[in-house]
Design a protein around this ligand. Structure first.
Ligand code: CO
Length: 210
């Protein structure tokens, strides 16, 4: 059987297993989704949000792109963020990177990988900003992993710089977090960069007329 057809046959056995466990599984799932979280993660196939947090479909609203970036001109990300915050009313937005990220690794070398180069440029900017700290780390793997952490922190800050998040802060109750998942042990590390008010970011990024 072609491997893509296996996806369809596995789907059938998954669906019948769910019904066996709970005959109302899909009728409950068909009702409105009420996720409490927005997850902004890497497209990497090894970091599926629901699996690594042991959550069910319906719990997490998910946006994934290469290297879990928050780019202020990315209409896709902004649409997801606005919908999650203002329509679904999620209370926590999580940027979750992962150690050994291929996107971050690629951004640290001097090779072209095609169209993705422009996307990875945003990570090179993070490297440039933290060059002094990063270049004291001799071991390349450790340097990549530190850049993974710094990149997550910068993406949390990029979230805080959006009008969407600042408006939600005015209304109260939104928290944004930075986490990193470990491919080698499956553990998520909280980077403790939880932001919940506009004071968390530099004044130049604040909107005073929301
Ligand atoms: Co990655």
């Amino acid at each position: 059987m072609d491997s893509y057809l296996q996806l369809l046959s596995r789907n059938k056995s998954w669906a019948s297993m769910r019904i066996k466990e709970d005959p109302e599984y899909f009728s409950k799932m068909g009702a409105l989704q009420r996720p409490d979280f927005l997850w902004i993660g890497c497209s990497d196939s090894r970091v599926p949000a629901e699996n690594v947090t042991e959550t069910e479909p319906g719990n997490i609203f998910v946006h994934r792109n290469i290297a879990n970036m928050v780019v202020c001109t990315d209409m896709n990300l902004l649409s997801v963020l606005d919908y999650a915050v203002n329509v679904l009313k999620v209370k926590d937005v999580i940027v979750c990177g992962h150690y050994g990220c291929g996107g971050v690794t690629a951004a640290m070398d001097n090779m072209s990988y095609g169209f993705v180069d422009s996307w990875l440029r945003n990570i090179k900017e993070v490297y440039d900003k933290y060059r002094e700290e990063l270049e004291t780390i001799v071991d390349k793997k450790n340097r990549i992993d530190r850049l993974v952490e710094l990149n997550v922190i910068e993406q949390v800050r990029n979230l805080a710089k959006t009008k969407i998040v600042q408006k939600a802060w005015m209304e109260g109750g939104l928290k944004i977090h930075g986490w990193v998942y470990g491919l080698e042990d499956g553990i998520i590390k909280d980077l403790n960069v939880m932001y919940d008010e506009v004071e968390n970011i530099d004044e130049i990024y604040r909107y005073n007329n929301l």
